[in-house]
Design a protein around this ligand. Structure first.
Ligand SMILES: Cc1cc2nc3c(=O)[nH]c(=O)nc-3n(C[C@H](O)[C@H](O)[C@H](O)COP(=O)(O)OP(=O)(O)OC[C@H]3O[C@@H](n4cnc5c(N)ncnc54)[C@H](O)[C@@H]3O)c2cc1C
Length: 331
């Protein structure tokens, strides 16, 4: 199969870019390794989004012509994961986007003035390829020797439900929203300690979306004040040996489980025949219009680090137009 543009990844970014190509009659196809918005399907049921979606303050919808809050049943400032998934499905269906589900891209090879994309459904080729595979593909662990190999350690992405930890001593590592949400969820059943690298930062004070925000902020503060959660602020774990953790302060403590809410890194599709250079965190280096160091290969969405806000929908949605227009101008 040959297309002018192949978009790899059918999450919010890939679908929004597809919408622009669709509207302008450009020949494209989205390849999605699972179902539409697969990364959101893997998140915890009931998760509440960090970013609001209401008329006037909409940080979550892909386009304001077709906003999330206009969906039947969505009338609260912060939508749930389920609201968002329904929105993604409706967005794709109503715009008639060309998405191939259950097709994973496995490699991208540079050929003469085009790309050959190896997939689980055979080889495809295109003039321009766009990686929209997201920034949450690979769990990121704190910088503690061999922590990811420890059988008592798990990543936030693997957490299912607090009842699995009832009565257990749990250490949550991390100082962001995920750490706060998991700590609160565990507080009623487990004995929880939260440890952070730096002093705690709250959205009400900094305005930064990745700082602890909303109801998590007030509940966390109260749980700490009541002594229900023990806080080791700016006292990170430095070594973990089985269940035993040594902190920067020199103190040691045993836990039954150690939960790392320390974020993710992008997962890149292997590239052959050219070099796609990346920054030290594994994000592709890009031009002002999202083109990587490999001409014709672009990135968009949360893996395109135009700036830090691009980790979020309201941060990346305008940049997707830059990617779109640059490709459209070159076709
Ligand atoms: C717990 C959590 C909560 C969050 N809450 C918010 C929030 O409230 N508001 C907000 O704006 N952002 C939030 N984010 C960030 C959110 O992930 C991004 O805003 C958004 O999903 C990024 O969209 P994306 O399309 O770039 O990547 P993703 O949503 O990760 O989509 C990437 C897609 O690519 C597919 N894919 C990956 N590899 C391949 C391959 N090789 N071949 C084919 N398909 C592939 C994946 O299956 C996936 O569907 C949150 C993230 C997490 C982890």
């Amino acid at each position: 199969m040959r297309k002018d543009v192949l978009i790899i990844g059918g999450g919010p970014a890939g679908l929004l870019l597809a919408h622009h190509f669709q509207e302008h009659g450009i020949d494209y196809r989205v390849l999605e390794r699972g179902k539409i918005a697969e990364s959101w399907r893997a998140m915890r049921p009931g998760l509440v989004l960090l970013s609001p979606a209401v008329p006037g303050t909409d940080w979550t919808s892909l386009t304001l012509k077709h906003p999330l809050w206009a969906m039947p049943g969505v009338r609260k400032p912060f939508p749930t994961r389920e609201d968002f998934l329904c929105y993604m499905e409706a967005f794709s269906r109503e715009h008639g986007l060309n998405v191939g589900e259950n097709i994973a891209a496995t490699r991208i090879a540079v050929t003469r003035s085009s790309f050959a994309v190896g997939t689980t459904a055979g080889e495809m080729s295109c003039r321009f390829a766009v990686l929209a595979t997201g920034a949450s593909a690979v769990p990121h662990y704190p910088d503690v020797p061999e922590i990811s190999l420890n059988p008592f350690v798990l990543h936030a992405g693997d957490f299912v439900h607090c009842m699995a930890y009832a009565g257990r001593r749990v250490l949550v590592i991390g100082g962001g929203n995920s750490a706060a949400e998991l700590t609160i969820e565990l507080a009623g059943t487990a004995k929880v300690t939260l440890c952070t690298r730096r002093p705690m930062r709250y959205f009400s004070e900094t305005g930064e979306l990745d700082d602890i925000r909303g109801s998590s902020e007030s509940i966390l503060k109260e749980l700490i004040r009541f002594g229900i959660i023990r806080l080791r602020e700016a006292d990170p774990a430095v070594t973990v040996s089985d269940r035993r953790v040594r902190f920067l302060s020199g103190e040691e403590q045993e836990f039954d489980w150690i939960l790392c809410a320390t974020g993710y890194r992008p997962g890149l599709v292997p590239v052959e025949g050219g070099e796609m250079r990346t920054d030290p965190d594994g994000y592709p280096l890009i031009s002002a219009v999202g083109e990587t160091t490999l001409p014709g290969l672009y990135v968009c969405g949360s893996m395109a680090r135009f700036n830090r806000r691009c980790a979020f929908i309201h941060g990346f949605r305008n940049y997707i137009e830059k990617v779109f227009w640059d490709i459209a101008d070159r076709l």
